[in-house]
Design a protein around this ligand. Sequence first.
Ligand code: SAH
Length: 233
Amino acid sequence: MLRKLLLISAVCLITAPALAQNYAAERRNMVDQQIVKRGIRTTQVVEAMRNVKRHVFVPERYRHLAYSDRPLPIGHQQTISQPYIVALMTDYLNLQPDEKVLEIGTGSGYQAAVLAEIVDQVYTVEIVEALGKRARQTLNEQGYDNVHIRIGDGYQGWQEHAPYDAIIVTASPSDVPPPLKQQLAEGGRMVIPVGGPVFQKLVLLRKTNGKLKQTDVTSVRFVPLVNDKGDRH
Ligand code: SAH
C-alpha cells in the first residue's frame, strides 16, 4: 500500500511540472507558427501573445486545445477567437502604452488580457452576465487589475470613461454602432467585424478631424452582437 502511494506521488511529481511546461512550450510554438510566421511582428503584440496564458481562459474540457489554431467554445453559444485573429485585431489598433481601450464582447477575457499587457487601462463590456463574471474572476486571478468589466449591451459603448484611444469589437453588428463612433477619441482607431450574420468584413476606422476613414482588412466570422432580447444589432 505504502509503496503504491509512494509510486503514485512520484508519478505526480514528475507529470505535474511536465504538464505545466507543456503549456509554455505550446504557447511559444503558437506564437512562432501562428502569429510571427503569418506576418505579425509588432513587438508589444508578439510579447503580449507570449505572456497571456490562453489555457486559463478556456473551459477545462477544451484546455488541451488551448494553443491550437482555432476558436473554441466558452459556453452560452460563444467562442474565444482564434489566436491569430486576436493578434491581428490588436495589431491594427496600433496601441501606445499610455492609452485607454474599449472592448465590446468580453467573452472569456482573453482579448482583454492581451490588451491589458500593452496599454494602461482596458474597459470591456459583456452582455452575458455569467461570462462577464467568469472573465472577471479569471482576470483577477491572473493579476490584470487594469481591466474593468461592465455587464450590459456594448452597442451603447461605455460613455462614462469615453473617449477611447482605441475600440475593438469582438461580436458582429450589421453596421458600426453610432455610440462607438462618438466615443472614439480624435486620432483613435476602431476594429470591428461588420456585415451579415455569418460572414463579415473586418473594418478599420480612424478618426481624423472628427471624421472617420474606413479601410476593409479581411473576411472574418464572428458571433453576432445582440441586444438584451437576443436579436442581432
Ligand atoms: N473577446 C472574447 C471573445 C468574444 S465572443 C474573448 O477574448 O474571449 C463575443 C462575445 O460578445 C460573447 O461573449 C457575447 O456574449 C458578447 N456579446 C454579444 N453581443 C454583445 C453586446 N451587445 N454587448 C456586449 N457583449 C456582447
